[in-house]
Ligand binder design. Structure first.
Ligand code: ADP
Length: 307
């Protein structure tokens, strides 16, 4: 039996426009690294990053607490978290820690859980940050690639993305409100028009077809959301300009990454990716906001043996 294990989990983007709460994509922009060590007793969290260290309020801590109870594991566990994924920017930061902790726990105790079970345990950890269980980011971070989340019962479908798919991301340097995910979920209308739902469904279906056919153009130009994005965009200063600029610079589709405030442009490797990034920067600059820009690809997941 091993006594210590380290697992790395990638950042992720949720929704991809019309796939609210259903679609996720693992992206190689950032990683969280979690090390679990068996100890005598209790659960402790060690980190240099600005995240809660009470296991109940930390996504990795909550995962370990829940799995320890579920599998009746005696003794204690020390959780060391090295954050690479900036917290609260819509890059799946809370999910990255939860995904890495779940896969690490599975390996440390030789559980050999299947993909859906790993995602279920990781999703439970999200309660510590979002207040509710949700699976889109953790599914991508655990399994890698593009994921479609079905619930009741949980069933995650994973599709390998096209190799030419690229994303340009702009992470604005703005203060993140506490409970950002809760606030941005509250902005979404409770009732939606049937015509809007039909439009989003058609684009979401086309995104899935794009991943199946390995067609980056079809994925990119189906990133169109008439329900959630219009309701949330006011929370991101400069969003309209960032999007317009990116599209003009050659992006195929642009939307909010997860609950924001990062903005993500979808395109393919043959595009001028730097041009898209600087166009996005200029968009944020028009609202007097600096941003970090990143060019990235789809990533493998924490549970992927080839990582
Ligand atoms: P993201 O958009 O990065 O997924 P969320 O808004 O869902 O971010 O969650 C970020 C919040 O979650 C942070 O404010 C932080 O307090 C809390 N949190 C709890 N545990 C972690 C963790 N291990 N890593 C990052 N954030 C965490």
């Amino acid at each position: 039996m091993i006594s210590k294990i380290t697992v790395k989990a990638p950042s992720s983007t949720a929704n991809l426009g019309p796939g609210f709460d259903v679609f996720g994509l693992a992206i190689d922009a950032f990683n969280d690294i979690v090390t679990l060590t068996k100890t005598k007793n209790g659960i402790s969290i060690i980190t240099d990053d600005n995240i809660p260290t009470n296991p109940e309020n930390n996504t990795a801590g909550l995962v370990v607490k829940n799995m320890k109870k579920k599998f009746k594991i005696k003794g204690g566990i020390e959780i060391k978290i090295k954050k690479g994924i900036p917290a609260g920017f819509g890059m799946g930061s809370s999910a990255g820690s939860a995904a890495a902790a779940t896969v690490a726990f599975d390996k440390l105790f030789g559980l050999e859980l299947d993909g859906n079970s790993l995602v279920e345990f990781a999703g439970f950890g999200e309660k510590a940050s979002a207040g509710s269980v949700h699976y889109d980011n953790v599914a991508a971070s655990v399994l890698g690639g593009f994921v479609i989340v079905r619930t009741n019962p949980l069933d995650v479908i994973r599709i390998e993305p096209p190799t030419k798919l690229r994303m340009c991301i702009a992470v604005p340097k703005i203060d993140i409100p506490k409970k950002k995910t809760k606030v941005s979920r509250g902005a979404i209308p409770k009732k939606i028009k049937l015509t809007d739902s039909v439009l989003n469904l058609s684009n979401a279906s086309a995104i899935v077809a794009g991943f199946m056919r390995k067609d980056s153009d079809l994925i990119g130009n189906s990133i169109k959301d008439v329900i959630v994005e219009p309701a949330r965009q006011h929370m991101i200063p400069g969003f309209v300009r960032v999007k317009q600029n990116a599209l003009k610079a050659g992006a195929l589709g642009v939307t909010i990454s997860g609950a924001g405030p990062s903005v993500i442009a979808f395109t393919k490797s043959s595009s001028d990716l730097k041009k898209i990034n600087s166009a996005m920067s200029r968009g944020f600059a028009s609202a007097n906001i600096e941003c970090q820009t990143i060019i990235c690809k789809p990533s493998k997941g924490a549970a992927d043996k080839r990582r």
